[in-house]
Design a protein around this ligand. Sequence first.
Ligand code: GRF
Length: 207
Amino acid sequence: MKQKKKLKVGVLVSGRGSNLQAIIDAIERGEVPAEISVVVSNVPGALALDRAAKHNIRSIVVDSKAFENKDEYEAQIIKAMEDTGADLVCLAGYMRILSPEFIERFKGRIMNIHPALLPAFPGLHVQKKALEYGVKYSGATVHFVDEGTDTGPVILQAVVPVLDDDTEESLSARILEQEHKIYPQAIKLFAEGKLKLEGRRIKVGKD
Ligand code: GRF
């Protein structure tokens, strides 16, 4: 029988890499029909790189600080993605804004995970902002990346309660637990060709 081609995922990271780990673990458990073709970190020494190494996943560092020119910097990332045949680019705690050219090149094939219920609280330090605002629920969002900051079509969301005694740390931890579930799920749906874009709504197709 002809074996279906596995989706190849390139993961872009800057730090801790717990979402990368969740994706690796879900793939290893056989829950996501994909393989990670490369992990690219813009930060030398990021913990995410150790995680990749432990699982024999190819990784490279493209140090964003070593480039004056963003095009040249991103050209290295594009090369890593294309050389390894990445079909999907997943941002997992990647702390840089992608250029419109990069986004155009991988149009409809870049995902991000964000620790809030978009469109509430885009950008940075969003758990702190959620607490300051006083919302009773927050959560996590996986979305496709477009030219805006955290504005692309929503793929999956998970809701968590905000408790009276929450700190930024406790709320972040509760949200992170959900991130680790919905990011692999979103990649699975993409790999299975089940994400259908209608306008800016994503409908999850059936088998
Ligand atoms: C996560 O909270 C993610 O939502 C945000 O950055 C954090 C990255 O964490 N974009 P990790 O590097 O995946 O552990």
